[in-house]
Design a protein around this ligand. Structure first.
Ligand code: NAD
Ligand code: DAU
Length: 361
């Protein structure tokens, strides 16, 4: 039975990936989820699989060398899928250091421990071992408002935020391990994800949550920044396909050609909420375009992201299955059905964060 070590599996994409993998492989695989449970890590995301015999949760910090090497010593890990990171751009602007620690140092620890466990005396690696580093399209910087401009795997790195700089650094470390030690890895750079279990500091769940409560909908700058949205399950599928079919040492960009301005996304959310809320639901009266509030822009706000997914399509045959119209409905339905999850996520520290982030905008 193949054993996966998933880091950051209690976060948004990691938990969706774990669900995807158990749905696909059931008892054919074993998953060890290593997560330190920051504000963004939530074990509620995994409560339906937590009692499986082939699933183990270990609370550990990826920067803790001893804890991570012990996990490799005690388990014969075949695959690493490395999600754990600080992931929110606005937080990185306020407090960059934790991003460098987790995203750069944490990745260095993961690489070192995997190499120590997998490398043979002649410098080759034990059969079948692979490390997949989950990264972002933000490492490529910002594109102009030109619908023919895309990020390719060959695009130069040009990160602007502390978050994207830390992710770019982590990518460079993985590249260095591949070049120096022939370490068996892949890097994937994905566009913006949306779907169930996304923490409501991010644009889509924040807008859904605020609109349902009749709270202001804070749009940064002119609202015309473009993001390329991908349903999270399509990302999980791409990661699995890259590990199964990708060429080692290669980078693959993941995105679904779904570029939209933020204001367009917000209008779709508002229309979809109106369409989906039952006539007698009291939240219906809250949902209104009048809530849209233009606030001061994010510092260094990248204008446009757009992935060219040609390589992953051509080499691996991956394509996104969920179109935005359907994906946003599934997402909204999930938030309707998981009101308590949202209440738990937005209680306590989230409220403090929200006030400090939006009070003076
Ligand atoms: P998230 O913030 O929802 O989850 C991150 C998880 O990592 C949390 O469970 C957190 O507890 C854990 N974590 C943080 N620091 C840790 C540490 N020191 N040790 C162990 N665990 C730690 O993030 P996400 O949106 O699910 O993103 C996952 C990965 O995918 C990140 O590497 C991110 O850069 C990348 N990515 C995200 C997107 C997106 O749209 N969200 C797109 C492309 C790539
Ligand atoms: O592109 C991939 C990246 O997508 C990932 O690497 C990051 O981890 C992930 O957080 C996401 O980064 P963004 O900065 O693009 O996502 P966010 O949801 O924070 O913002 C999306 C857009 O919406 C962006 O242009 C900023 C804008 N925005 C965001 C918030 C939170 C607003 O206008 N208002 C808001 O309140």
């Amino acid at each position: 039975m193949r054993t996966y070590l998933v880091t950051g599996g209690a976060g948004f994409i990691g938990s969706n990936y774990i669900h995807y993998m158990f749905k696909k492989y059931d008892n054919e695989i074993r998953i060890i989820n290593v997560d330190v449970l920051t504000y963004a890590g939530n074990l509620e995301n995994l409560k339906d699989i937590e009692n499986r015999d082939n699933y183990t949760f270990i609370r550990a910090d990826i920067c803790d060398k001893e804890a991570i090497s012990r996990i490799f010593e005690e388990n014969d890990i075949d695959r690493v899928v490395h999600f754990a990171a600080e992931s929110h751009v606005d937080r990185s602007i306020k407090d960059p250091e934790v991003f460098v620690r987790t995203n750069v140092m944490g990745t260095a620890v993961m690489l070192n421990c995997a190499r120590a466990a997998w490398e043979l005396p002649d410098g080759s690696y034990k059969e079948g071992k692979k490390f997949l580093h989950v990264s972002t399209d933000e490492v490529y910087g910002s594109l102009p408002d030109d619908e023919n401009a895309f990020f390719y795997e060959t695009s130069p790195y040009d990160p602007h935020s502390p978050y994207s700089a830390s992710k770019a650094s982590s990518d460079m470390l993985v590249k260095a391990y591949m070049d120096t030690y022939r370490f068996p890895a892949n890097i994937t750079n994905c566009s913006n994800n949306y779907g169930p279990y996304q923490f409501p500091e991010k644009f889509i769940p924040l807008m859904i949550n605020n609109a349902l409560q009749g709270k202001q909908l804070p749009v940064y700058g002119d609202g015309k920044n473009v993001r390329d949205w991908l349903y999270v399950e399509d990302h999980a599928k791409a990661i699995d396909m890259v590990q199964e079919q990708g060429r080692l040492f290669e980078t693959y960009n993941i995105g679904g050609h779904n570029e939209k301005q933020n204001i367009e996304i917000l209008n779709i959310i508002l229309d979809t909420l109106q369409e989906m809320l039952p006539e007698n639901d009291p939240r219906r009266k809250n949902v209104s375009r009048k809530l849209i509030t233009y606030v001061s822009d994010r510092k260094g706000h990248d204008r446009r992201y757009a992935i060219a997914p040609d390589k992953i399509k051509k080499e691996i045959g991956w394509y996104p299955e969920t179109m935005f119209k359907e994906g946003i409905k599934k997402t909204i339905q999930w938030y309707f059905e998981n009101e308590q999850w949202m209440k738990n996520a937005t209680s306590g520290d989230y409220q403090k964060y929200y006030d400090s982030m939006y009070k003076n905008r």
